[in-house]
Design a protein around this ligand. Structure first.
Ligand code: DC
Length: 225
């Protein structure tokens, strides 16, 4: 039986989903499922194998067969693809752009559906991505859609990358975010949009702590935690 003890957090790039999903999962002792990391790992290996987004079938085959595992260690999601730890390699701006292109392919998305549902099958999961509440876990008992203005998201991403030792120009990050917003919202399937029953939060003028407080309050109300 599938569990509805799932919190989904969807929203555009840089809205703070990853941090909030990790914090919520930690607060409740639940599992954090960063599905963007799966798409990023597929994009990384696809690029290494010389694939482009027009190699749809090859990319889908890769997504179906690549052994992907996620671990949370010291408050960070670690990603293992095959026998390689790729956590840092998948976070570069180049991979962000390619992940957006590869994730727009319906064949690649389809190939990752089961893997994502299997990871969430036991419940007690905080799943974050673009289509968690609409496609992957439509039965989740609590769904959030977190957004913020592109300028604010670019600035936050800039700070996050700087903390990881990656230097990225602010204007270029905002430009990339706008392109990814466009790709994620206009692709053939699983467009970025809130589920009809999602709780929408605009975090433009809220701190991460304020958003987290709202989310924890809702989770306590819905799940009686
Ligand atoms: O959340 P992120 O930036 O790590 O995601 C990387 C890319 O993967 C992003 O362009 C959108 C895509 N993605 C997706 O299409 N569906 C998901 N559930 C998660 C991410």
């Amino acid at each position: 039986m599938k569990s509805d003890k799932i919190i989904t957090i969807d929203g555009p790039a840089g809205s703070g989903k990853s941090t909030l999903a990790l914090n919520l999962a930690q607060a409740f002792g639940w599992v954090c499922l960063d599905t963007g990391a799966l798409y990023r790992a597929v994009a990384l290996v696809a690029l290494e194998r010389g694939l482009t987004p027009s190699d749809r079938q090859e990319a889908a085959e890769l997504a179906r067969t690549l052994d992907l595992r996620l671990y949370v260690e010291e408050g960070k999601t670690l990603v293992v693809a095959g026998d390689r730890e790729v956590s840092s390699l998948i976070r570069t701006p180049e991979i962000s752009n390619f992940a957006s292109l590869f994730s727009a392919l319906p064949e690649v998305r389809e190939a990752l559906v089961d893997a994502q549902r299997n990871l969430g099958s036991r419940g007690e999961v905080v799943a974050e991505g673009r289509d968690m509440g609409t496609v992957i876990f439509p039965w989740a008992a609590l769904k959030f859609f977190l957004t913020a203005e592109a300028k604010v998201r670019a600035y936050r991403r800039h700070l996050q990358l700087a903390r990881e030792g990656i230097v990225a120009e602010l204007e270029k990050l905002e430009e990339d975010i706008l392109i990814r917003d466009h790709n994620d919202s206009s692709r053939e399937t699983a467009q970025l949009k809130p589920a009809p029953d999602a709780f929408i939060i605009d975090g433009t003028n809220l701190s991460a702590f304020e958003v987290e407080t709202i989310m924890i309050g809702e989770a306590k109300r819905v799940f009686g935690l």
